[in-house]
Design a binder for this molecule. Structure first.
Ligand code: NAD
Length: 405
């Protein structure tokens, strides 16, 4: 139990960009519960993409207004909501910062699915314009506001690439001797994006580095693993607060697809040998890590603070085995649609968050709750055609949606 670390925090004003999304909503609630004043900004683009893809969250998520009413109904402090496109409405964003004068902006407002970003030229271009444009607007607006606002951004473990066998992945930087001249330098870890989506997170990093050096902005970039779990201690307070659960092949992560397949009593489809190792974190821990980051801004003038926001790593076949043992479901290997090695090692440093007192929820401890209280409970809302690879992953589909993160 790490509750002790929250007892001495100072109340702040926090703007949560993308606060209607899967990570953003539970984080907004957690920050509110800790006593922070929270303003959510979102253009509801994720809900609109559901309409475009003809799928929906497995869990019955409510409108922002209903969510805010429900939060106040369970005794939460009011959360305000501003409908705004961060990438397209620069002047409104600037005005918001100038009038609210937040201590921190938490930036989730990006298109986050690798498969969606790889679908076609339109989704590639949208992902770059939305993500890079939005991040740059946030940075330029903080500078133009003249306020000392701490920017906390959600990045991804995917910036490191997965082919980094043979050593621990450090938290953001590596120390090198540059040739010629043997100059010592601390530089960003080399970036190997595996999709247009991941490339936008690499470009975000360069923008952060520049704005930190040029304008002395205080920036924290969180290299997050795959987030699993649906509810948190806050979202279970009322069913209208429920968080989204994506299970389709564009937005559903590998774990959610396995959970859905198990609930429907279909075999769990493992790509190739299932030897790909991935990093994971529970949604409650996402919220906690962000609260810790908000609490611990880097000093003015310090390099961009980078944390690996990861609790544990697992091979995909081991995930399938754990879920199969819990549910009795079969495991089926299918050919890997992703452009990646079948087997990879992944050892990730996460000492910085652990050093701040964080002790993560593990898959072994928390997975059964997902099996019973989410996948089984809402399985009647599932559109089977979105989860079953046999009806869905033909050759074109394999090329277009070749990833599980
Ligand atoms: P999500 O799609 O559920 O949430 C993103 C939210 O941002 C949505 O509500 C969307 O409507 C909003 N948004 C997008 N573009 C916007 C814009 N231009 N203006 C205003 N709002 C906008 O995604 P998520 O899973 O909550 O991810 C949040 C962040 O965390 C993303 O940046 C993602 O890259 C990162 N992340 C997520 C995971 C994961 O497993 N979910 C893993 C690593 C990193």
């Amino acid at each position: 139990d790490d509750d002790a670390i929250w007892s001495s925090i100072k109340a702040k004003k926090v703007v949560v960009l993308g606060g209607d999304g899967f990570c953003g909503w539970p984080t907004a609630l957690f920050l509110s519960e800790l006593g922070h004043e929270v303003v959510v900004v979102d253009n509801l683009s994720r809900r609109k993409i559901d309409v475009e893809l003809e799928c929906d969250s497995l869990t019955p998520i409510q409108s922002m207004n209903e969510r805010m009413r429900a939060w106040e109904g369970v005794g939460g402090s009011p959360i305000r909501f501003v409908y705004m496109d961060v990438a397209a409405e620069y002047q409104r964003l600037l005005q918001l910062l100038e009038s609210e004068k937040p201590d921190a902006v938490v930036h989730f407002a990006e298109q986050r699915a690798a498969p969606y970003s790889q679908k076609n030229s339109a989704t590639k271009r949208y992902t770059v314009e939305n993500n890079v444009g939005g991040t740059h607007n946030v940075l330029a607006a903080v500078v133009e506001s003249g306020l000392d606002i701490h920017v906390v951004h959600l990045g991804t473990m995917g910036v490191y690439g997965y082919g980094t066998a043979g050593g621990e992945i450090p938290e953001g930087y590596i120390d090198v001797l540059m040739q010629p001249g043997n100059r010592e330098a601390r530089i960003l870890h080399p970036m190997y994006p595996g999709s247009v989506y991941h490339a936008t997170k690499c470009l975000d990093q360069i923008l952060f580095q520049f704005y930190q050096r040029n304008d002395q902005l205080r920036i924290t970039d969180l290299h997050q693993g795959i987030v699993w779990g649906t509810n948190t201690a806050q979202t279970v307070k009322d069913e209208r607060l429920v968080n989204r659960f994506d299970y389709d092949s564009d937005y559903g992560t590998v774990l959610n697809r396995f959970l859905m397949q198990a609930a429907l009593e279909y075999p769990l489809t493992v790509y190739g040998t299932g030897g790909q190792t991935r990093a994971f974190i529970h949604i409650q821990d996402t919220a906690k890590c962000i609260a810790l980051a908000v609490e611990n801004p880097p000093k003015s003038g310090a390099m961009v603070e980078i944390f690996n926001q990861v609790a544990e790593t697992h091979r995909v076949r081991d995930l399938a085995r754990i879920i199969s043992e819990m549910t009795g479901c079969e495991v089926k290997n299918i050919s890997n649609p992703r452009n990646e090695a079948d087997e990879n090692e992944l050892v990730v440093a996460n000492r910085k968050f652990q050093g701040l007192g964080w002790s993560p929820i593990t898959l072994q401890a928390g997975l059964l709750d997902e099996v019973v209280n989410i996948a089984a409970k809402y399985k009647d809302r599932c559109d089977v055609s979105k989860v079953l690879p046999s009806s869905f992953w033909n050759k074109t589909r394999l090329q277009a949606c070749g990833t599980s993160q």
